[in-house]
Design a binder for this molecule. Sequence first.
Ligand SMILES: O=C[C@H](O)[C@H](O)[C@H](O)COP(=O)(O)O
Length: 251
Amino acid sequence: MIFFRKISTMSLESAKKVASIKAVDAFLKSNSVIGIGSGSTIVYAVERIAELVKNHHWKIQCVPTSFQAKQLIHKYDLPLTDLEANPELDLCIDGADEVDDNLNLIKGGGGCLLQEKIVASCAKTLVIVADYTKNSTYLGEQYKKGIPIEVVPMCYLPIIKKIQENFGGTVTLRMAQSKAGPVITDNGNFIIDWFVLDPKFNWEKLNTELLLMPGVVETGLFINMAFKAYFGLPDGSVKIQVRKDQYEDEA
Ligand SMILES: O=C[C@H](O)[C@H](O)[C@H](O)COP(=O)(O)O
């Protein structure tokens, strides 16, 4: 039993790695400013970025999307920058918790959605790297942990109540694992997770309505933002998916 579990964990990690390598090889160019996403998959992308930068003496600058991303940039000795020095990015590469068939995303499973969305919104191109478990037809098909929403701490309870009353489902405050109390984001806020994943939802409209609620800082719904997603598959190959309204100029 233990043996089989180990095999399946290894293949998931390899899937993250092959997807990351393929995406970075396709999109990374010298003299560019890159947004670095957060999570476990992005680690492989940063590893590959560092390899290419070192081997080809490329010049790039990296904008982090979280404390973790900043640490990764330092670890791999990549040049760190920010949106003040570089308000426009050439590329942002990031992971996702789920990707639907038109490249709408759920993000924030690791609590990093706000800076991720800001940095992605400043990039010409957002590329997603993920393993095969993230590749869904609709949001909520496989990701069962709810939609992460970052909120101002003082009003987490009224927001929970309003979301439940207005949209249904249940919303929970995300609690920390190794600390008493809630998860505190890199921005000093709380995360609530909304458990209603109805495939019939108009996610764009819903996202706008959530963002209009005072105290909601950002949602983990990334609608019409990603250009291309790379999914590592169990057999070692990579599936590439492009947003339907985008012109495909690179296979
Ligand atoms: O808050 C976390 C971020 O949105 C991550 O990009 C997302 O959770 C995917 O992470 P992972 O690559 O670990 O699945």
